[in-house]
Design a protein around this ligand. Sequence first.
Ligand SMILES: Nc1ncnc2c1ncn2[C@@H]1O[C@H](COP(=O)(O)OP(=O)(O)O)[C@@H](O)[C@H]1O
Ligand SMILES: [Mg+2]
Length: 227
Amino acid sequence: MLIQAEHLQKTYHMGAVKVEALKDASFQIAAGEFVAIIGPSGSGKSTLMHILGCLDRPTAGRYLLDGHDMSRASDNQLAEIRNKKIGFVFQQFNLLPKATILQNVCLPLIYAGLRGRRKQQQLARQALEMVGLGERLHHRPNEISGGQKQRVAIARALINNPALLLADEPTGNLDTKTGQEIMKTFHRLNQEGHTIILVTHDPEIAAQARRIIQIRDGLIQRDEVIA
Ligand SMILES: Nc1ncnc2c1ncn2[C@@H]1O[C@H](COP(=O)(O)OP(=O)(O)O)[C@@H](O)[C@H]1O
Ligand SMILES: [Mg+2]
């Protein structure tokens, strides 16, 4: 099993105030699945994604990724797993404005310590071709459309060939048609074997996944495979 979440809890402390963002979340996700996580604003979706993406640890409960217990890993261990196994896509694209498309996609390779600019650029080109962006490589983010920016972000997330692709509201800043194109890209990547977990509050987007996990007030309310 790629993901085993066992009674995950996350409590944030803001001064004297406790926020129970996740109260009890348990589920398993196998390699190759395409899962949508839905729920109202503030229900704990991003908190859950941060834990699944090894950006944070649960307050209680266990999170196993590929059989390894991440809930008790050190910050360094989490960072290492993140670099090797996880690709992230965010609503805001998070591209470096002054770097070219190609340089943006190369960044994780540089962080991972892969040397050789030619090798880096070759891998970046391949990742960009996987998301249908084989051109405009030397343009900067402000010279391309929102949909193209998100595809650059997906290419960047894919470049280390991660086991898991996590996307938090990836279509939230895009118009409906462009959002659909991004969903097609995720579908194609899923067919090629990538495991995808996507957060959305758009029911039409969620309906395109193979399974929907609905959370509300930090609890799993529904977990269904869709026909
Ligand atoms: N870093 C944080 N510190 C304190 N409270 C937080 C933090 N992140 C999220 N929360 C709170 O936890 C709850 C769940 O937030 P979040 O996971 O971002 O929900 P969603 O992504 O579903 O909108 C909210 O009440 C939010 O205000
Ligand atoms: Mg969120």
